[in-house]
Design a binder for this molecule. Structure first.
Ligand SMILES: [Zn+2]
Length: 248
């Protein structure tokens, strides 16, 4: 079975007759490609058979830092596969994913962490899980930024965003909080407002990327019914391997 993300029908799961894999011209399996294809799908289902396939754009990630590129691309697509639901077209997600793959194929390798962070923040926002960093997620009041760079900003996973000092102190119903540093908070806030191009110009340390990914994973596990347990999807392991591949 092959998972295919289409602009107008969302996610399709198609079986392939004959060969198990779709191969490129040199016989190599294509893991990341934009395809033209015909398929047979019964009624309103999102499951069917794939007939003719023609790769029209192939991402080989052959530039310097190939393993890092492959790892970021596969982590991104696994996240996407976890969050998409059947019969739910997401054309904006499709476009941004295509841009992400093109850029992952072409940007300098030092830009990959910023690009990846920017993409996953945009993706979760488009799919309705945007973390609220603007107002208090409990009472709605504007959040005052901590003045010291090493101060912490507190977030509630359950409420999906930042919690103000007043709500923290009053400890309404014992809200569970997680803290991030003011610098990671500012980074996340900036990336949420960035295009992919701008995100790729933002220097994101591997440590900060871990923190952002951990936070998003916790939010998605809590709020998305379709998010599977991340066993087959060990983001941090993948990222660690990406970092090794960089030699940072
Ligand atoms: Zn509040």
């Amino acid at each position: 079975m092959l998972g295919i993300f289409t602009p107008d029908r969302g996610r399709l799961t198609l079986s392939i007759k004959g060969s198990r894999r779709i191969n490129g011209r040199r016989g190599r399996p294509l893991r990341f490609a934009r395809l033209e294809f015909s398929c047979y799908i019964k009624d309103q289902s999102s499951v069917g058979h794939l007939n003719d396939v023609d790769p029209v754009e192939v991402f080989m990630f052959e530039k310097d830092g190939q393993l890092g590129r492959l790892t970021f691309a596969s982590a991104a697509l696994e996240l996407l596969a976890n969050l998409l639901t059947d019969n739910d077209p997401q054309p904006a997600c499709y476009q941004i994913t295509l841009s992400f793959l093109r850029m992952t194929n072409s940007v300098e390798k030092k830009r990959l962490p910023g690009l990846f962070a920017g993409y996953i923040l945009r993706l979760v926002s488009l799919l309705g899980y945007r973390p609220n960093l603007v107002g208090c997620a409990v009472c709605g009041k504007a959040i005052e930024e901590p003045e010291k760079p090493d101060a912490s900003v507190m977030l509630s996973i359950e409420h999906g965003g930042v919690v103000c000092a007043h709500c923290r102190q009053s400890d309404l119903n014992g809200i569970k909080l997680v803290g991030i540093s003011a610098s990671v908070f500012r980074l996340a806030d900036r990336l949420l407002k960035s295009s992919l191009e701008e995100a790729s110009q933002t220097i994101v340390s591997v440590n900060d990327l871990h923190i952002l990914v951990d936070l998003l994973t916790a939010l998605l596990k809590y709020h998305s019914g379709s998010m599977k347990n991340l066993k087959s999807f060990d983001f941090l392991d993948k990222l660690a391997r990406a970092v090794k591949a960089y030699g940072v």
